[in-house]
Design a protein around this ligand. Sequence first.
Ligand SMILES: Cc1ncc(COP(=O)(O)O)c(C=O)c1O
Length: 367
Amino acid sequence: MVTSKPEYHEKMNIHTKTKTIKKQKIKLHHVTLLSLQTCQKTSQSLTTRSYLPGLNQMHNILSHIGNTPLIPLNNLQNERPIYAKCEFLNPFGSVKDRIALAIVDKAERDGLIKPGDTLIEATAGNTGIGLAMVAAIRGYKLICVMPEKMSKEKRQKLRRLGAEVVITENAPPGDPKHFQEVARRIATSRKRCFWTNQFANQANPYIHENTTGKEIWEQSKGNLAAFVTGVGTGGTITGVARYLKKKNPNIAIVLADPVGSRLAGLINHGELGQDGSYRVEGIGSSVVPAVFDPNLVDFAVSVSDEEGFAMTKHLVQKEAMLVGGSSGFSVVAAIKAIPRITEPGMIVALLQDSWDRYDSLWETAIQ
Ligand SMILES: Cc1ncc(COP(=O)(O)O)c(C=O)c1O
């Protein structure tokens, strides 16, 4: 991990704070017991909450989203090293934890939702899983609309997290059965139901500009040549590129696109490419999502399922990075991009999510 001194001190501070909180918890346990005894004796209706001196009620799992490490992939044999931005280490296991919190924060600030309401999202799974975390902490119900292509592990996880899961056919965009269309219809037909709409919600690229992009810049100390990732909504690549291009317009922004996605054609030849099928989940598209700004991407690299999944296996077995399928695509694209990257500095590939949601993919495609 590339950890700067201020970050190190901040981490040590957090460590010290955690120790203090632990000590406080032990004290608290004692104080709470005493206070409960006092309450029982005096029949006062005091809650234990009022006896939690010094414990920050706002500190919860959401405070641990982001600030993911940047780690070199030491077991790849390339002329230039690739660094991994480890988004699979977010609390609920994906880059989408960031946007789940950002979207709910913005909707709350704008007065669009309040606890008890229902959030609904059209999701490949990860945004739904991130939203389940935010919904639990903030008191919302959750409906996730997923195309049937997405792994059954993601469905199971969402149900275990308390979400209602609606599965749609793998219909093309514009079709009434397409998962985004279904989510929109449910949102308008139910009361107090808010469509978080990651494909069009500007809180999505905004949070990547102000956290993911900023972190990569600071972790690399500005010694950065390229950033590589795939596009689902395009929020990650757009937000990160906005931040990095402002710092240094020569940093190459590279799209890792599955063979069969139409986006690589748009970036490299100015028009959407041939539509095809691919197994990797969460990246690739046949349309340009609303939050994706293709003008910020310098070039695209196409990656086949075979290449991408072989790299996923390498990441898990040789780099000890417990990642999902799309992460392998970022790294393959980064390696293929090396001859075109002229700037000195680090090449960063984003590892989007965790392997815990892809058992069936391992059984059928990765091995
Ligand atoms: C596994 C996975 N990888 C990559 C992405 C793409 O991220 P973004 O939507 O920010 O383009 C997604 C998005 O759904 C995803 O689920």
